[in-house]
Design a protein around this ligand. Structure first.
Ligand SMILES: NC(=O)c1ccc[n+]([C@@H]2O[C@H](COP(=O)([O-])OP(=O)(O)OC[C@H]3O[C@@H](n4cnc5c(N)ncnc54)[C@H](O)[C@@H]3O)[C@@H](O)[C@H]2O)c1
Ligand SMILES: Nc1nc(=O)c(N)c(NC[C@H](O)[C@H](O)[C@H](O)COP(=O)(O)O)[nH]1
Length: 223
């Protein structure tokens, strides 16, 4: 499976404010770029923290659907995926509407009753891991379900875990021209943090978009 991570951050590396409210960092041109990455993916993944904070829909806008998906010969929207150990995704979350298939990656910590409620709400529930979701096992299961290209849209906890699991091939970061600050505001990679063997990146592109810049990287070995 090929995994591309995309996020928008402030110049000081924050994905949102310390209140974890959705913050518009991207401009129109950057949201169009995000749509193109979504369109090229078989599935778009977020953490349950993002679902609870933003209630995202994760579908394509009309233009991207028309131009990108049909051109790739794959009409419709990519699947949506939530990393959600205990199944905290609300059954009325926008991500569980019938606009596209939605996989909920839970762990053994999600009760059978909760798994059933989420299946009844329309989710395809995949169990991987004991406490937290085991991302390697879960992405293998997604690959078996036909997901060859996965876009990870955040948030910071999940992006860190994807790097820690060694599953990221490419990173695209939009750096918006603002300072958010706050030691408790989510950053591009939260989690425990690396203290040795850091993921090393090869810078493959720099592009000015709106008032900010898109940095593109291929992900190399940890060292
Ligand atoms: N600017 C952007 O591009 C962007 C993108 C997405 C989210 N956001 C923002 O990020 C914030 C949410 O990010 P977050 O870091 O709180 O949450 P997150 O979306 O990264 O979800 C993290 C949660 O997922 C669950 N989880 C289960 N297994 C896990 C595993 N193996 N690794 C990591 N998490 C696992 C845990 O409950 C954990 O708390 C919101 O404020 C949202 O607006 C910004
Ligand atoms: N690229 C990008 N720039 C931003 O300025 C911003 N705030 C996000 N945030 C990503 C987060 O995951 C959002 O929840 C989804 O972008 C919402 O997706 P929908 O529009 O509901 O499909 N992403």
């Amino acid at each position: 499976m090929y995994v591309v991570v995309n996020a928008a951050q402030s110049v000081d590396g924050k994905l949102s404010t310390r209140r974890r409210e959705q913050l518009r960092i991207s401009g129109e041109e950057d949201f169009d770029r995000v749509d193109r990455i979504r369109a090229a993916a078989d599935a778009v993944l977020v953490g349950v923290g993002t679902v609870l904070a933003d209630d995202p829909h994760l579908t394509l806008d009309e233009e991207a659907r028309r131009v990108e998906r049909l051109r790739n010969g794959r009409p419709g929207d990519p699947a949506r995926v939530v990393v959600d150990s205990t199944g905290r995704t609300p059954t009325d979350a926008r991500i569980l509407d019938d606009a596209a298939t939605t996989y909920l990656l839970v762990s053994a910590a999600a009760t059978p009753e909760r798994r059933e409620e989420l299946s009844d709400a329309g989710a395809e529930v995949i169990v991987a891991g004991e406490e937290r979701v085991d991302l390697r096992e879960a992405t293998d299961a997604l690959e078996d379900a036909g997901v060859g290209r996965l876009m990870v849209e955040g948030g910071g906890e999940v992006i860190y875990s994807c790097f820690a699991a060694g599953i990221v091939d490419e990173l695209q970061v939009y750096v918006g021209s603002l300072v958010v600050g706050g030691r408790d505001a989510p950053t591009l990679a939260d989690g425990e943090g690396f203290i040795e063997a850091f993921p090393r990146l090869d810078l493959t592109g720099i592009e000015r978009l709106d008032d900010g810049v898109v940095l593109s990287y291929d992900v190399g070995e940890r060292s």
